[in-house]
Design a binder for this molecule. Structure first.
Ligand code: BG6
Length: 476
Protein backbone atom coordinates (compact mmCIF):
# COMPACT_ATOMS: atom_id res chain seq x y z
CA UNK A 1 0.00 0.00 0.00
CA UNK A 2 2.25 2.75 -1.24
CA UNK A 3 -0.45 5.45 -1.18
CA UNK A 4 -0.25 5.70 2.60
CA UNK A 5 -0.40 9.24 4.02
CA UNK A 6 -0.02 10.36 7.61
CA UNK A 7 -3.20 12.01 8.87
CA UNK A 8 -3.17 15.80 8.58
CA UNK A 9 -3.38 16.23 12.34
CA UNK A 10 -0.53 13.80 13.09
CA UNK A 11 1.49 15.13 16.01
CA UNK A 12 5.17 15.31 15.06
CA UNK A 13 7.55 16.57 17.69
CA UNK A 14 10.13 15.83 20.31
CA UNK A 15 10.47 15.09 24.00
CA UNK A 16 12.53 15.88 27.07
CA UNK A 17 12.02 15.56 30.82
CA UNK A 18 12.35 18.16 33.56
CA UNK A 19 14.89 16.27 35.64
CA UNK A 20 17.23 15.70 32.70
CA UNK A 21 16.99 19.17 31.18
CA UNK A 22 15.92 21.95 33.50
CA UNK A 23 18.75 22.09 36.01
CA UNK A 24 18.23 25.08 38.36
CA UNK A 25 17.58 22.47 41.00
CA UNK A 26 17.31 24.91 43.91
CA UNK A 27 16.08 27.97 42.00
CA UNK A 28 12.61 29.47 42.10
CA UNK A 29 11.88 27.74 45.39
CA UNK A 30 12.31 24.22 43.99
CA UNK A 31 13.02 21.43 46.46
CA UNK A 32 15.36 18.50 45.80
CA UNK A 33 13.98 15.40 44.12
CA UNK A 34 15.08 11.75 44.08
CA UNK A 35 16.95 12.20 40.78
CA UNK A 36 19.06 14.98 42.33
CA UNK A 37 20.54 12.39 44.71
CA UNK A 38 21.87 10.19 41.89
CA UNK A 39 25.54 10.84 41.18
CA UNK A 40 27.38 10.40 37.93
CA UNK A 41 29.99 7.65 38.02
CA UNK A 42 30.55 4.49 40.01
CA UNK A 43 28.10 5.13 42.83
CA UNK A 44 25.23 5.66 40.40
CA UNK A 45 23.85 2.15 39.94
CA UNK A 46 23.60 1.36 43.64
CA UNK A 47 21.57 4.51 44.32
CA UNK A 48 19.37 4.12 41.24
CA UNK A 49 18.39 0.57 42.05
CA UNK A 50 17.33 1.44 45.59
CA UNK A 51 20.24 -0.28 47.28
CA UNK A 52 21.32 2.77 49.26
CA UNK A 53 18.79 3.01 52.11
CA UNK A 54 19.18 6.77 52.67
CA UNK A 55 20.42 8.51 49.54
CA UNK A 56 21.81 11.96 50.18
CA UNK A 57 24.23 14.38 48.55
CA UNK A 58 27.87 13.41 49.07
CA UNK A 59 30.83 15.77 48.99
CA UNK A 60 33.07 15.21 46.00
CA UNK A 61 30.34 13.55 43.90
CA UNK A 62 28.98 15.14 40.75
CA UNK A 63 25.19 15.29 40.20
CA UNK A 64 24.33 15.99 36.55
CA UNK A 65 20.65 16.81 37.16
CA UNK A 66 21.54 19.89 39.21
CA UNK A 67 22.35 21.83 36.08
CA UNK A 68 20.94 19.63 33.32
CA UNK A 69 21.20 21.72 30.16
CA UNK A 70 19.79 24.71 32.05
CA UNK A 71 16.53 24.49 30.12
CA UNK A 72 15.09 26.49 33.02
CA UNK A 73 16.83 29.57 31.63
CA UNK A 74 17.15 28.55 27.98
CA UNK A 75 13.58 27.38 27.35
CA UNK A 76 12.60 30.29 25.10
CA UNK A 77 15.61 29.81 22.86
CA UNK A 78 15.09 26.03 22.79
CA UNK A 79 11.39 26.15 22.05
CA UNK A 80 12.09 28.61 19.23
CA UNK A 81 14.47 26.04 17.72
CA UNK A 82 11.84 23.33 18.04
CA UNK A 83 9.35 25.55 16.32
CA UNK A 84 11.88 26.11 13.54
CA UNK A 85 11.80 22.34 12.97
CA UNK A 86 8.02 22.64 12.73
CA UNK A 87 7.09 20.75 15.92
CA UNK A 88 3.38 20.26 16.39
CA UNK A 89 3.90 18.86 19.86
CA UNK A 90 6.51 19.24 22.56
CA UNK A 91 6.69 16.71 25.34
CA UNK A 92 8.15 17.62 28.70
CA UNK A 93 7.38 16.94 32.33
CA UNK A 94 6.61 19.05 35.35
CA UNK A 95 9.04 18.78 38.22
CA UNK A 96 6.84 17.87 41.19
CA UNK A 97 9.27 19.48 43.63
CA UNK A 98 9.14 22.76 41.70
CA UNK A 99 5.44 22.97 42.57
CA UNK A 100 5.64 21.30 45.98
CA UNK A 101 9.23 21.64 47.19
CA UNK A 102 8.84 19.13 50.03
CA UNK A 103 5.86 17.35 48.56
CA UNK A 104 3.50 17.66 51.53
CA UNK A 105 2.80 21.42 51.60
CA UNK A 106 -0.79 22.59 51.58
CA UNK A 107 -0.15 25.28 48.99
CA UNK A 108 1.91 25.13 45.81
CA UNK A 109 4.98 27.24 45.07
CA UNK A 110 3.80 30.10 42.86
CA UNK A 111 7.20 30.56 41.18
CA UNK A 112 7.01 26.97 39.95
CA UNK A 113 3.53 27.46 38.52
CA UNK A 114 4.65 30.66 36.79
CA UNK A 115 7.61 28.93 35.22
CA UNK A 116 5.50 26.22 33.63
CA UNK A 117 2.72 28.56 32.62
CA UNK A 118 5.24 30.73 30.79
CA UNK A 119 6.79 27.71 29.17
CA UNK A 120 3.45 26.36 27.93
CA UNK A 121 2.50 29.83 26.69
CA UNK A 122 5.74 29.86 24.77
CA UNK A 123 4.76 26.56 23.11
CA UNK A 124 1.33 27.92 22.28
CA UNK A 125 2.88 31.02 20.76
CA UNK A 126 4.33 28.75 18.07
CA UNK A 127 1.20 26.61 17.76
CA UNK A 128 2.78 23.67 19.55
CA UNK A 129 0.73 21.38 21.78
CA UNK A 130 2.43 20.63 25.09
CA UNK A 131 2.33 16.95 26.02
CA UNK A 132 2.98 16.87 29.72
CA UNK A 133 4.08 14.07 32.02
CA UNK A 134 3.12 14.65 35.63
CA UNK A 135 5.75 12.34 36.98
CA UNK A 136 8.79 11.57 34.87
CA UNK A 137 10.52 9.39 37.46
CA UNK A 138 10.79 12.24 39.98
CA UNK A 139 9.38 12.69 43.44
CA UNK A 140 10.25 15.33 46.07
CA UNK A 141 12.93 14.09 48.47
CA UNK A 142 10.75 15.30 51.34
CA UNK A 143 8.29 12.53 50.48
CA UNK A 144 11.08 9.98 50.19
CA UNK A 145 12.59 10.90 53.54
CA UNK A 146 9.44 11.46 55.57
CA UNK A 147 7.13 8.85 54.06
CA UNK A 148 9.33 6.31 52.26
CA UNK A 149 8.00 7.40 48.86
CA UNK A 150 5.24 5.43 47.13
CA UNK A 151 5.30 2.55 49.61
CA UNK A 152 3.27 4.89 51.81
CA UNK A 153 -0.33 5.45 50.82
CA UNK A 154 -0.22 9.06 52.03
CA UNK A 155 1.94 9.91 49.02
CA UNK A 156 -1.06 9.19 46.84
CA UNK A 157 -2.90 12.14 48.38
CA UNK A 158 0.07 14.43 47.95
CA UNK A 159 0.33 13.39 44.33
CA UNK A 160 -3.35 14.13 43.75
CA UNK A 161 -2.96 17.55 45.32
CA UNK A 162 -0.12 18.18 42.90
CA UNK A 163 -2.04 16.78 39.91
CA UNK A 164 -5.05 18.88 40.79
CA UNK A 165 -2.95 22.04 40.82
CA UNK A 166 -1.54 21.14 37.41
CA UNK A 167 -4.94 20.50 35.83
CA UNK A 168 -6.33 23.69 37.32
CA UNK A 169 -3.42 26.02 36.62
CA UNK A 170 -2.65 24.76 33.12
CA UNK A 171 -6.23 24.29 32.03
CA UNK A 172 -6.65 25.58 28.48
CA UNK A 173 -2.90 25.38 27.88
CA UNK A 174 -2.32 21.64 28.17
CA UNK A 175 -4.64 19.03 26.76
CA UNK A 176 -2.40 15.95 26.47
CA UNK A 177 -1.29 14.46 29.79
CA UNK A 178 0.68 11.40 30.82
CA UNK A 179 0.44 10.36 34.45
CA UNK A 180 3.66 8.34 35.04
CA UNK A 181 6.59 7.97 32.70
CA UNK A 182 7.69 4.38 31.99
CA UNK A 183 5.64 3.10 34.89
CA UNK A 184 7.14 -0.40 34.57
CA UNK A 185 10.66 0.88 35.32
CA UNK A 186 9.89 0.68 39.04
CA UNK A 187 10.63 -3.05 38.66
CA UNK A 188 14.13 -2.44 37.34
CA UNK A 189 15.32 0.83 38.81
CA UNK A 190 13.15 1.49 41.89
CA UNK A 191 14.88 4.60 43.24
CA UNK A 192 15.39 6.44 39.97
CA UNK A 193 11.99 5.26 38.75
CA UNK A 194 9.90 5.94 41.85
CA UNK A 195 12.04 7.08 44.78
CA UNK A 196 12.02 3.64 46.43
CA UNK A 197 15.10 2.99 48.59
CA UNK A 198 14.94 -0.44 50.22
CA UNK A 199 15.52 -0.85 53.91
CA UNK A 200 17.34 -3.71 55.56
CA UNK A 201 15.40 -6.98 55.49
CA UNK A 202 12.47 -5.76 53.36
CA UNK A 203 10.78 -8.05 50.82
CA UNK A 204 11.68 -6.01 47.74
CA UNK A 205 8.90 -7.46 45.59
CA UNK A 206 6.31 -6.66 48.27
CA UNK A 207 7.51 -3.05 48.57
CA UNK A 208 7.69 -2.64 44.82
CA UNK A 209 4.24 -4.00 43.99
CA UNK A 210 2.61 -2.26 46.96
CA UNK A 211 4.12 1.00 45.71
CA UNK A 212 2.96 0.14 42.21
CA UNK A 213 -0.56 -0.34 43.54
CA UNK A 214 -0.51 3.15 45.05
CA UNK A 215 0.85 4.55 41.80
CA UNK A 216 -1.86 2.81 39.78
CA UNK A 217 -4.61 4.11 42.05
CA UNK A 218 -3.02 7.58 41.87
CA UNK A 219 -2.91 7.35 38.09
CA UNK A 220 -6.56 6.33 37.86
CA UNK A 221 -7.66 9.13 40.19
CA UNK A 222 -5.56 11.66 38.30
CA UNK A 223 -7.13 10.48 35.05
CA UNK A 224 -10.58 10.99 36.56
CA UNK A 225 -9.60 14.44 37.82
CA UNK A 226 -8.21 15.47 34.45
CA UNK A 227 -11.48 14.50 32.78
CA UNK A 228 -13.47 16.37 35.43
CA UNK A 229 -11.42 19.53 34.99
CA UNK A 230 -11.86 19.45 31.26
CA UNK A 231 -13.59 16.76 29.21
CA UNK A 232 -11.23 17.72 26.37
CA UNK A 233 -8.23 16.48 28.37
CA UNK A 234 -6.64 13.37 26.92
CA UNK A 235 -4.75 11.21 29.38
CA UNK A 236 -2.31 8.46 28.53
CA UNK A 237 -0.36 5.79 30.33
CA UNK A 238 3.31 5.37 29.46
CA UNK A 239 5.21 2.12 29.02
CA UNK A 240 8.90 1.43 28.55
CA UNK A 241 8.03 -0.52 25.43
CA UNK A 242 9.76 -3.12 23.31
CA UNK A 243 8.49 -6.66 22.85
CA UNK A 244 10.20 -9.62 24.50
CA UNK A 245 11.36 -12.06 21.85
CA UNK A 246 12.12 -15.66 22.78
CA UNK A 247 15.78 -16.40 22.17
CA UNK A 248 14.79 -19.56 20.29
CA UNK A 249 11.68 -21.57 19.41
CA UNK A 250 12.39 -23.86 22.35
CA UNK A 251 9.06 -23.73 24.24
CA UNK A 252 10.99 -22.97 27.43
CA UNK A 253 12.32 -19.77 25.87
CA UNK A 254 8.91 -18.91 24.43
CA UNK A 255 7.29 -19.37 27.85
CA UNK A 256 9.92 -17.09 29.39
CA UNK A 257 9.05 -14.41 26.86
CA UNK A 258 5.33 -14.74 27.68
CA UNK A 259 6.06 -14.28 31.39
CA UNK A 260 8.31 -11.29 30.79
CA UNK A 261 5.72 -9.70 28.52
CA UNK A 262 3.09 -10.06 31.24
CA UNK A 263 5.42 -8.65 33.88
CA UNK A 264 6.08 -5.67 31.64
CA UNK A 265 2.51 -5.05 30.52
CA UNK A 266 0.95 -5.57 33.94
CA UNK A 267 0.79 -1.82 34.65
CA UNK A 268 -0.66 -0.93 31.27
CA UNK A 269 -3.17 -3.79 31.54
CA UNK A 270 -4.47 -2.15 34.71
CA UNK A 271 -4.43 1.38 33.30
CA UNK A 272 -6.17 0.47 30.06
CA UNK A 273 -8.49 -2.35 31.08
CA UNK A 274 -9.24 -0.98 34.52
CA UNK A 275 -8.59 -4.16 36.50
CA UNK A 276 -5.81 -6.38 37.78
CA UNK A 277 -5.17 -9.03 35.13
CA UNK A 278 -5.80 -12.67 36.06
CA UNK A 279 -2.12 -13.64 35.78
CA UNK A 280 -1.23 -11.38 38.72
CA UNK A 281 -2.59 -13.98 41.19
CA UNK A 282 0.18 -16.39 40.35
CA UNK A 283 2.75 -13.65 39.78
CA UNK A 284 2.18 -12.22 43.26
CA UNK A 285 2.01 -15.67 44.86
CA UNK A 286 5.36 -16.66 43.33
CA UNK A 287 6.98 -13.44 44.52
CA UNK A 288 5.48 -13.57 48.02
CA UNK A 289 3.47 -10.41 47.42
CA UNK A 290 0.25 -9.71 49.24
CA UNK A 291 -1.28 -6.35 48.34
CA UNK A 292 -2.95 -4.15 50.89
CA UNK A 293 -5.89 -2.42 49.25
CA UNK A 294 -8.50 -0.05 50.53
CA UNK A 295 -12.16 -0.49 49.87
CA UNK A 296 -13.03 1.17 46.62
CA UNK A 297 -9.58 0.79 45.06
CA UNK A 298 -10.75 -1.72 42.48
CA UNK A 299 -13.54 0.60 41.48
CA UNK A 300 -11.14 3.55 41.20
CA UNK A 301 -9.00 1.56 38.78
CA UNK A 302 -11.90 1.58 36.33
CA UNK A 303 -10.96 5.16 35.43
CA UNK A 304 -9.00 4.12 32.39
CA UNK A 305 -6.74 6.12 30.10
CA UNK A 306 -7.63 7.54 26.69
CA UNK A 307 -4.52 6.46 24.83
CA UNK A 308 -1.47 4.25 25.24
CA UNK A 309 1.86 5.96 24.99
CA UNK A 310 5.19 4.22 25.07
CA UNK A 311 8.90 4.62 24.52
CA UNK A 312 10.66 2.41 22.04
CA UNK A 313 14.40 2.11 21.69
CA UNK A 314 14.81 -1.58 21.10
CA UNK A 315 13.18 -4.98 21.36
CA UNK A 316 14.32 -7.34 24.10
CA UNK A 317 15.27 -10.96 23.96
CA UNK A 318 14.92 -13.53 26.73
CA UNK A 319 15.82 -17.17 27.32
CA UNK A 320 14.84 -19.71 29.96
CA UNK A 321 18.50 -19.78 30.92
CA UNK A 322 19.74 -16.21 30.72
CA UNK A 323 23.04 -17.02 32.34
CA UNK A 324 24.63 -18.92 29.50
CA UNK A 325 23.98 -16.15 26.94
CA UNK A 326 25.74 -12.88 26.33
CA UNK A 327 23.63 -10.19 27.97
CA UNK A 328 22.72 -6.79 26.63
CA UNK A 329 24.57 -4.81 29.26
CA UNK A 330 23.31 -1.46 28.08
CA UNK A 331 19.69 -2.04 28.97
CA UNK A 332 18.25 -1.59 32.44
CA UNK A 333 15.72 -4.31 31.60
CA UNK A 334 17.75 -7.50 31.60
CA UNK A 335 17.83 -9.20 28.22
CA UNK A 336 20.16 -11.33 26.16
CA UNK A 337 21.99 -10.16 23.09
CA UNK A 338 19.97 -10.72 19.94
CA UNK A 339 22.44 -12.10 17.36
CA UNK A 340 20.37 -10.70 14.48
CA UNK A 341 20.70 -7.08 15.51
CA UNK A 342 23.33 -4.38 15.26
CA UNK A 343 23.70 -2.37 18.43
CA UNK A 344 24.26 1.27 19.39
CA UNK A 345 27.48 2.46 21.03
CA UNK A 346 25.77 1.72 24.35
CA UNK A 347 24.83 -1.82 23.33
CA UNK A 348 21.13 -1.18 22.68
CA UNK A 349 19.94 -3.39 19.81
CA UNK A 350 18.69 -1.53 16.74
CA UNK A 351 15.44 -3.08 15.60
CA UNK A 352 13.04 -0.96 13.55
CA UNK A 353 10.86 -3.95 12.70
CA UNK A 354 10.57 -4.43 16.44
CA UNK A 355 8.72 -1.11 16.57
CA UNK A 356 6.15 -2.39 14.06
CA UNK A 357 5.83 -5.60 16.08
CA UNK A 358 5.41 -3.70 19.37
CA UNK A 359 2.83 -1.37 17.85
CA UNK A 360 0.80 -4.24 16.45
CA UNK A 361 0.92 -6.12 19.73
CA UNK A 362 -0.08 -3.11 21.84
CA UNK A 363 -2.90 -2.14 19.51
CA UNK A 364 -4.22 -5.70 19.26
CA UNK A 365 -4.20 -6.00 23.04
CA UNK A 366 -5.72 -2.63 23.93
CA UNK A 367 -7.60 -1.29 20.90
CA UNK A 368 -6.79 2.27 22.00
CA UNK A 369 -4.87 4.88 20.01
CA UNK A 370 -1.12 4.70 20.51
CA UNK A 371 1.34 7.55 20.91
CA UNK A 372 5.09 7.01 20.49
CA UNK A 373 6.45 9.48 23.01
CA UNK A 374 10.11 8.41 22.92
CA UNK A 375 12.26 6.96 20.19
CA UNK A 376 15.81 7.87 19.29
CA UNK A 377 19.47 6.98 19.19
CA UNK A 378 21.97 7.82 21.91
CA UNK A 379 25.32 8.36 20.19
CA UNK A 380 28.56 10.28 20.50
CA UNK A 381 28.63 13.32 18.24
CA UNK A 382 31.66 15.04 16.85
CA UNK A 383 31.92 18.69 15.88
CA UNK A 384 33.83 19.04 12.63
CA UNK A 385 36.28 21.81 11.90
CA UNK A 386 33.65 23.70 9.95
CA UNK A 387 31.41 23.58 13.02
CA UNK A 388 28.95 21.06 11.58
CA UNK A 389 27.73 17.82 13.15
CA UNK A 390 27.10 15.15 10.54
CA UNK A 391 24.91 12.74 12.51
CA UNK A 392 23.86 10.50 9.64
CA UNK A 393 23.72 7.50 12.02
CA UNK A 394 20.92 9.25 13.94
CA UNK A 395 19.07 10.09 10.73
CA UNK A 396 19.36 6.45 9.61
CA UNK A 397 18.00 5.22 12.92
CA UNK A 398 15.05 7.62 12.90
CA UNK A 399 14.30 7.08 9.23
CA UNK A 400 14.06 3.32 9.64
CA UNK A 401 11.83 3.69 12.69
CA UNK A 402 9.53 6.19 11.01
CA UNK A 403 9.27 3.76 8.10
CA UNK A 404 8.34 0.96 10.50
CA UNK A 405 5.80 3.20 12.18
CA UNK A 406 4.24 3.97 8.80
CA UNK A 407 4.02 0.28 8.07
CA UNK A 408 2.35 -0.40 11.41
CA UNK A 409 -0.20 2.28 10.57
CA UNK A 410 -0.81 0.57 7.25
CA UNK A 411 -1.33 -2.61 9.28
CA UNK A 412 -4.24 -0.77 10.88
CA UNK A 413 -2.68 0.65 14.03
CA UNK A 414 -4.05 4.01 15.13
CA UNK A 415 -1.22 6.37 16.08
CA UNK A 416 -1.69 9.90 17.39
CA UNK A 417 1.86 11.14 17.15
CA UNK A 418 5.58 10.69 17.43
CA UNK A 419 7.95 12.60 19.70
CA UNK A 420 11.64 11.92 19.21
CA UNK A 421 13.78 11.45 22.30
CA UNK A 422 15.34 13.76 22.99
CA UNK A 423 14.88 16.68 20.64
CA UNK A 424 17.83 18.43 22.27
CA UNK A 425 20.83 16.82 24.01
CA UNK A 426 20.13 16.26 27.71
CA UNK A 427 21.56 14.23 30.58
CA UNK A 428 21.15 10.48 30.05
CA UNK A 429 18.78 8.87 32.54
CA UNK A 430 20.63 5.58 32.77
CA UNK A 431 24.25 6.73 32.80
CA UNK A 432 24.14 10.42 33.76
CA UNK A 433 26.34 11.17 30.75
CA UNK A 434 25.97 14.13 28.42
CA UNK A 435 28.02 12.33 25.78
CA UNK A 436 25.12 9.93 25.17
CA UNK A 437 23.44 12.39 22.86
CA UNK A 438 20.00 12.01 21.29
CA UNK A 439 19.24 15.54 20.13
CA UNK A 440 18.73 17.38 16.88
CA UNK A 441 20.32 20.25 18.79
CA UNK A 442 23.78 19.85 20.23
CA UNK A 443 24.44 21.30 23.68
CA UNK A 444 27.98 22.19 24.61
CA UNK A 445 28.23 20.37 27.89
CA UNK A 446 30.55 17.50 28.80
CA UNK A 447 30.13 14.56 31.16
CA UNK A 448 31.91 16.41 33.93
CA UNK A 449 29.59 19.42 33.60
CA UNK A 450 32.05 21.68 31.79
CA UNK A 451 31.04 23.58 28.65
CA UNK A 452 29.35 26.77 27.53
CA UNK A 453 25.83 25.31 27.12
CA UNK A 454 25.79 26.84 23.66
CA UNK A 455 23.20 25.28 21.29
CA UNK A 456 24.12 24.15 17.75
CA UNK A 457 21.96 22.55 15.03
CA UNK A 458 23.01 19.11 13.83
CA UNK A 459 22.44 17.72 10.33
CA UNK A 460 19.46 15.78 11.71
CA UNK A 461 17.83 19.12 12.63
CA UNK A 462 17.35 19.97 8.94
CA UNK A 463 16.35 16.41 8.09
CA UNK A 464 13.60 16.28 10.72
CA UNK A 465 12.36 19.71 9.65
CA UNK A 466 11.87 18.28 6.16
CA UNK A 467 10.13 15.19 7.53
CA UNK A 468 7.63 17.34 9.40
CA UNK A 469 7.17 19.81 6.52
CA UNK A 470 6.26 16.93 4.23
CA UNK A 471 4.06 15.33 6.93
CA UNK A 472 6.24 12.24 6.85
CA UNK A 473 6.18 11.81 3.07
CA UNK A 474 9.79 12.73 2.61
CA UNK A 475 12.04 10.79 4.97
CA UNK A 476 14.93 10.37 2.53
C1 BG6 B 1 13.62 6.36 28.84
C2 BG6 B 1 13.32 7.50 29.74
O1 BG6 B 1 13.98 5.32 29.66
O2 BG6 B 1 14.69 6.40 27.97
C3 BG6 B 1 14.16 8.73 29.51
O3 BG6 B 1 11.96 7.82 29.79
C4 BG6 B 1 15.54 8.33 29.07
O4 BG6 B 1 14.11 9.50 30.66
C5 BG6 B 1 15.45 7.57 27.76
O5 BG6 B 1 16.43 9.38 28.96
C6 BG6 B 1 16.77 7.17 27.13
O6 BG6 B 1 17.56 6.52 28.06
P1 BG6 B 1 19.01 7.01 28.43
O7 BG6 B 1 19.36 6.20 29.60
O8 BG6 B 1 19.84 6.72 27.25
O9 BG6 B 1 18.91 8.45 28.75
Amino acid sequence: MSDFKFPENFLWGGAIAANQAEGAFREGGRGPGNIDMIPHGVGRLKVKTGNVPRPELQKGEYYPSHEGIDFYHYYKEDIALMSEMGFKVFRTSISWSRLFPDGDEEKPNQAGIDFYRNMFLECKKYGMEPLVTLCHFDIPMGLVEKYGSWRNRKVLDFFLRYANVCFKEFSGLVKYWLTFNEINIILHSPFSGAGIAFQEGENKAQVTYQSAHHILVASALATKLAHEWDPENQVGCMLAGGSFYPYSCNPEDVWESVKKEQENLFFIDVQVRGAYPSYTRKLFYDKGVSLIMEEGDLEILRNTVDFVSFSYYSSRCVAADMNDKASNEGNIIRSVKNPYLQASQWGWGIDPLGLRITMNQLYDRYQKPLFIVENGLGAKDEIRQDGSIQDDYRIDYLRSHIQAMKEAMEDGVELLGYTVWSCIDIVSASTGEMSKRYGFIYVDRADDGSGTLQRRKKKSFYWYKKVIESNGNDIA
